[in-house]
Design a protein around this ligand. Structure first.
Ligand SMILES: Cc1cc2nc3c(=O)[nH]c(=O)nc-3n(C[C@H](O)[C@H](O)[C@H](O)COP(=O)(O)OP(=O)(O)OC[C@H]3O[C@@H](n4cnc5c(N)ncnc54)[C@H](O)[C@@H]3O)c2cc1C
Length: 495
């Protein structure tokens, strides 16, 4: 007990969850339900929960996949499929409240290092409090990494020449200034992905003119922000839990069909996607230049544009698209390689992320600094050489949370298995039959190649050429494979 009579908060836990984003809150939920005897704490460096949905503040911020699958399997989503950050935060808040999770979460705790001590069978976690500057050490037997994949404090800004000469305002979408006034201004949004496609229609009515400047075009899917099946089931007064499950299955089925078509007949799919945009923009619009990507659909995530807002805004003349490379910035805007000048009062860089590998935490295992890139991934959730740790990395193409739920069920099963067999430590290791296995980069760039992954591949673990040593991106396989993982397989080494 502390001198003033208040009890000191506990400093040792069975499980420590890193991050209170959608993955960390999901992990806390599953742990509390499936392993009710386990003590746990969730640490997050932010001031509140939500991760991505707390830190991103740019205008119009919304999901790009549907909330029936981006939401958890265990909590029905009742709103329109594409949701705003505020709606997602409200949903996460309900999960916390309904399941009494708030008492387990400690905000403003940035984890600096994690040291595994084999003799003690635990991790020593050093964290710093952003409010008091206090450094503290907690210990935990198992570390559940729900830290996401990118650095929230700073987005990726390419090294464009001349940015210092620009006399207007340059902002990054990831760190949007609260007081940015766009009224009547000339705005250039640099980027071609979901973020640029969200910001452009969200600000078009306010500013003088907005230009989306992209180096190369991206695929988009567009449609009504509603799901007919969900509406019909609601009219029939079907229970919301049923609607959630039925609509999830329908969406997943449709996505699997679409993904298969992208692989089997990419040219047909490309034509279809581009044809929709052509219809929205009119026959005179230069769709070839601005909306005809050179890559095959699904090599990068395809953003959903609800109610075609981006395209309506381009068709109305409030926004325009320029597809060119930047030569350099200058006092009044951007000079393009073609020699054309794009004047701007405000330039928004919607240029993506800086990957944060393992939450920028320094990992030390029995005194030796972890070289994460030397480890081999076990199904994208455990790694050779790292004991008592699981990592949540969701799907690129399907909703992230589908995988967060699968990994959570696996971790809870593993923890229960360890209790039942009195094991205090578990790690994955290559088996004798794996010793000659070829080790390859984490993700096959032919399969998925967004910039933030290719920039960081050298920092990420290796994959093998067998399914268990790969980070699969297929929910339809993993939903059956994960529950069937044999915890007595020799890939799991217990102590
Ligand atoms: C604008 C935007 C829209 C997106 N839309 C979708 C979508 O529609 N569908 C989809 O599937 N995916 C989407 N994504 C990807 C999205 O990031 C993930 O799906 C999901 O939100 C990740 O959740 P998470 O909890 O794993 O990680 P995050 O949301 O990144 O949360 C991780 C948390 O961990 C904390 N943390 C990290 N390191 C430390 C540390 N060292 N110490 C303490 N705390 C730490 C962070 O502060 C953060 O709060 C989107 C991403 C962005 C940026």
């Amino acid at each position: 007990m502390a001198k003033n009579g208040n009890s000191t908060p506990p400093q040792h836990f069975d499980v420590l969850i890193v991050g209170a984003g959608i993955s960390g809150i999901g992990a806390a939920y599953h742990l509390s339900k499936q392993c009710p005897g386990k003590s746990f704490v969730v640490l997050d460096m932010q001031e509140s929960f939500g991760g991505t949905w707390w830190t991103h503040r740019y205008p119009g911020i919304r999901s790009d996949s549907d909330l029936h699958t981006f939401g958890y399997g265990f909590k029905p989503w009742r709103g329109p499929p594409i949701a705003t950050a505020a709606e997602i935060l409200a949903y996460l808040g309900e999960v916390i409240e309904e399941n009494d999770l708030a008492r387990h979460i400690r905000y403003r705790h940035k984890i600096l290092s994690a040291r595994w001590l084999s003799l003690d069978y635990h991790w020593a976690i050093e964290a710093v409090r952003s409010d008091t500057g206090e450094r503290l050490t907690l210990t935990a037997n198992f570390l559940w990494m729900c830290q996401g994949y990118y650095r929230h404090s700073q987005g990726y800004l390419p090294a464009w020449p001349g940015t210092e000469a620009f006399e207007g305002t340059l902002v990054h979408s990831e760190t949007w200034p609260e007081a940015l006034d766009l009224a009547g201004k000339k705005v250039v949004v640099i980027g071609s992905g979901a973020t640029a496609a969200t910001i452009v229609p969200a600000i078009a009515d306010d500013c003088g003119h907005v230009t989306m400047l992209q180096r190369s075009p991206t695929f988009f899917i567009t449609g009504r922000n509603a799901i007919d099946l969900a509406e019909t089931l609601r009219q029939l007064q079907v229970d919301e839990a049923w609607i959630h499950e039925i609509v999830r299955r329908k969406i997943l089925f449709d996505q699997a069909t679409f993904t298969r078509r992208c692989v089997e007949e990419p040219d047909v799919v490309s034509k279809e996607l581009i044809g929709v945009i052509r219809n929205l923009l009119g026959q005179d619009y230069d769709v070839e230049t601005h909306f005809t990507p050179s890559y095959r659909p699904w090599r990068q995530r395809i953003a959903f544009v609800p109610d075609a807002d981006l395209f309506k805004c381009i068709a109305s003349g409030k926004a325009s698209v320029v597809t060119e490379e930047i030569e350099h910035f200058n006092a009044t805007g951007i000079l393009l390689k073609s020699g054309r000048q794009l004047d701007a009062d405000v330039i928004v860089a919607a240029t993506g992320f800086n990957i944060s590998v393992l939450g920028d935490i320094e990992f030390v295992i029995d005194g030796e600094r972890l070289q994460f890139a030397d480890s081999v991934t076990y199904r994208g959730m455990m790694f050779t050489g790292i004991p008592n740790l699981a990592w949540v990395f969701g799907y690129f193409r399907a909703s992230w949370t589908l995988r967060a739920d699968l990994v959570a069920n696996f971790v809870c099963r593993l923890l229960k298995h360890m209790d039942a067999t009195s094991a205090k430590a578990v790690r994955v290791a290559l088996r004798p039959e794996d010793e000659d296995m070829a080790l390859l980069p984490w993700i096959d760039p032919q399969n998925f190649n967004p910039g933030y992954i290719t920039r960081s591949m050298h920092l990420l673990p290796k994959r093998g050429d067998k399914p268990e040593w790969q980070h699969n991106q297929d929910y339809w396989c993993e939903k059956d494979q994960f529950p069937a993982i044999d915890l007595r397989d020799r890939a799991f080494v217990y102590r």
